[in-house]
Design a binder for this molecule. Structure first.
Ligand code: FES
Length: 131
């Protein structure tokens, strides 16, 4: 059973692959989907469709347990616009958990919670015009 640890809260959750109820947020069993299932707040302004950067998380351990690995081009293009980008950055809604991982929810994302949990900044939520 894959385990996901969310930092800095230090909350670890475990789920059985293929058994997680799906709530239409990101790819099924993505980091975002797991977080929502267990009451961990990750901002997701676009609803998990790879069209914003608010669900940006930093993978501390277990990069290889996220599918796809590495991220695909759509995710990488989107991540390029994320503030505080690191070599271990992923979009929580696109990275599907296949084994144990530890992810850090960056401070700017957590700050939304203290402002009431609503989406306060939708700056990157609007997809670019189609080419
Ligand atoms: S929620 Fe918008 S890209 Fe993940």
């Amino acid at each position: 059973m894959p385990k996901v640890t969310f930092l800095p809260e230090g909350k670890t959750v475990e789920f059985e692959s293929g058994k997680l109820p799906y709530d239409e947020h990101g790819k099924p069993e993505s980091v975002l989907d797991v977080a929502i299932n267990f009451g961990v707040h990750i901002e997701h302004a676009c609803g998990g469709s790879c069209a914003c950067t608010t669900c940006h998380v930093i993978v501390k351990t277990g990069d290889a347990n996220l599918n796809p690995n590495p991220a695909d081009d759509d995710e990488l293009d989107r991540l390029d616009q994320a503030p505080g980008l690191t070599l271990h950055s992923r979009l929580a809604c696109q990275a599907v958990v296949t084994g144990d991982v530890t992810v850090e929810i960056p401070g700017w994302n957590r700050n939304y919670v203290s402002e009431g949990g609503g989406s306060m900044n939708l700056g990157n939520a609007i997809p670019p015009p189609k080419k």
